[in-house]
Design a protein around this ligand. Structure first.
Ligand code: G6P
Length: 370
C-alpha cells in the first residue's frame, strides 16, 4: 500500500532507489574471496566443485539471462573460464553436447521460473552434476535443487520489471568470477583487495548515479513521444544495452531493440531517422573510439543520440547529441552503474505515457508455467 511506497510513486521506482541498500546487503559479511560463499545449504563444499570444473554454462530467462550475458565477459576475462550463456527455454529443448566438467549456473530472481528449473533438470539428466544458483529466494525450488548457491539480498521485488534483482545478481556473479579466478590461481592478493574495495564502494557510487534522475527525466520527455528506440553497447555493456531495451519495451510499450554497436551497419542503420532515438552506453574502455565512430554514423542519418558517457570520456553534448555523464569510472563493475539510468529512463518514459508501471500488460512477475 501507499505507506510502504513512502516518497515513491511506484514499486519500481522504490526498487530502483533501493539498489544501494540491496547491494550492500548482498555483500554483507563478504570479508574476502572464499569459495565458502557458495557452499550449499546441505554442506556441499564449493571449493571441491570449483577445482573440478573447466567451463561454465549459464541458464536463465529474461532480465536474469542478461546478467548472465554480462557475467560471461567477466568469467572469460578475469577467471579465464570458457563460458556459455543460454536462454533456458532454448537449452531445455535442443540437442546439446553435455560437458560433465561444466559448472551449470542458473540465475533467477524468484527461483521458481518453470523454464529455468526445467533447463537445470535437463542439464542434470545429461550428466552435469555441478550446479550452482544465483537466486534471490532462499526457500525456492531452485535453491533446493542446486548443489551450490549464492543468495542475493535484494529483498522482495514487486515491480514486474526487474531492477534491484538484476544489479544484485551482477554483484553475486562478480563474486563468483573472483572465487573461480582464485581457485584457478588467477587472482593475486593485490587484485583481490582492489576488487573488494571497488565492490564495497558500489553503494556510494550507485547513490551518485541515482542523483542523475532529473537529467534522465528530461530524456524521458523526448522518449515518451517516440514509438521506437535503439540501444547500442559494446563488450561488457552490450548486455546492459539489451537490458535497457527490455526495460523500455516492458513498461512503456515502446519498441526497443539493442545491438552490439559494431553490428549497426549490418542492418539497424537502415532504420535510423530523426524518429529513432539511439541510446549509447559509452564507458571509457578500450572500445570507446570505435563506439564514437558508430555514433557519427547515426548522426550522419539525422539520428538523435542519447549518450551515457563515462566520467572521463570527452564526449560533449551538441546538436543531436544529449550526454549524461556518469559520476565516476568503474572498470569491470561499470555495468552495475550504467544500467541504473536506463532503468530510470524506462520508468519515467512509462510514467509520461501513463502506463501501469508495476503491472505491465500481458506480463507476470514470475512465470511458473510454461
Ligand atoms: C519474468 C519477469 C522478469 C524476469 C523473468 C525471469 O519474465 O517479468 O522480470 O526477469 O521472469 O524471472 P526469474 O525469477 O527467473 O529471474
Amino acid at each position: 500500500g501507499a505507506a510502504e511506497l513512502g516518497p515513491y510513486r511506484h514499486y519500481m521506482q522504490k526498487e530502483i532507489f533501493e539498489q544501494p541498500r540491496a547491494i550492500s546487503d548482498t555483500l554483507e559479511g563478504v570479508e574476502g574471496i572464499v569459495p565458502e560463499l557458495f557452499d550449499g545449504a546441505d554442506g556441499t563444499a564449493a571449493w571441491r566443485v570449483f577445482k573440478e570444473i573447466d567451463s561454465v554454462l549459464i541458464l536463465a530467462c529474461g532480465t536474469s539471462y542478461y546478467s548472465g550475458c554480462a557475467a560471461k565477459y567477466w568469467l572469460e576475462e578475469i577467471a579465464g573460464i570458457p563460458t556459455q550463456v543460454e536462454v533456458a527455454s532454448e537449452y531445455r529443448y535442443r540437442t546439446s553436447v553435455p560437458n560433465p566438467r561444466s559448472l551449470v549456473v542458473t540465475i533467477t530472481q524468484s527461483g521458481e521460473t518453470a523454464d529455468t528449473l526445467a533447463a537445470l533438470r535437463h542439464a542434470q539428466s545429461l550428466g552435469m552434476q555441478h550446479t550452482l544458483t544465483i537466486c534471490n529466494v532462499a526457500t525456492s525450488a531452485m535453491v533446493r535443487e542446486c548443489k551450490l548457491a549464492y543468495i542475493t539480498r535484494a529483498g522482495v521485488e514487486i515491480g514486474v520489471a526487474s531492477t534491484k534483482a538484476f544489479t544484485t545478481q551482477l554483484a553475486g556473479l562478480f563474486l563468483l568470477t573472483l572465487a573461480l579466478a582464485q581457485s584457478k590461481g588467477r587472482l593475486t592478493p593485490e587484485q583481490e583487495a582492489a576488487h573488494l574495495k571497488a565492490m564495497r564502494h558500489l553503494p556510494v557510487a550507485l547513490q551518485a548515479v541515482l542523483a542523475l534522475e532529473p537529467q534522465v527525466i528530461s530524456w524521458a520527455e523526448d522518449f515518451a513521444r517516440m514509438e521506437n528506440a535503439l540501444f547500442l553497447g559494446r563488450g561488457l555493456h552490450y548486455p546492459i544495452a539489451l537490458e535497457g531495451a527490455l526495460k523500455l519495451k516492458e513498461i512503456s510499450y515502446i519498441h526497443a531493440e539493442a545491438y552490439p554497436a559494431g553490428e549497426l551497419k549490418h542492418g539497424p542503420l537502415a532504420l535510423v531517422t530523426s524518429a529513432m532515438p539511439v541510446v549509447t552506453v559509452a564507458p571509457n574502455d578500450a572500445l570507446l573510439e570505435k563506439l564514437k565512430s558508430n555514433m557519427q554514423e547515426v548522426r550522419a542519418r539525422a539520428g538523435v543520440l542519447y549518450v551515457l558517457a563515462d566520467a572521463d570520456t570527452r564526449i560533449e553534448s551538441s546538436e543531436g547529441i544529449h550526454v549524461i555523464r556518469m559520476p565516476e569510472h568503474y572498470g569491470p563493475l561499470s555495468p552495475l552503474l550504467h544500467v541504473v539510468p536506463l532503468q530510470l529512463l524506462a520508468y519515467h518514459t512509462a510514467c509520461a505515457r501513463g502506463t501501469d508501471v508495476d503491472k505491465p500488460r500481458n506480463l507476470a512477475k514470475s512465470v511458473t508455467v510454461e
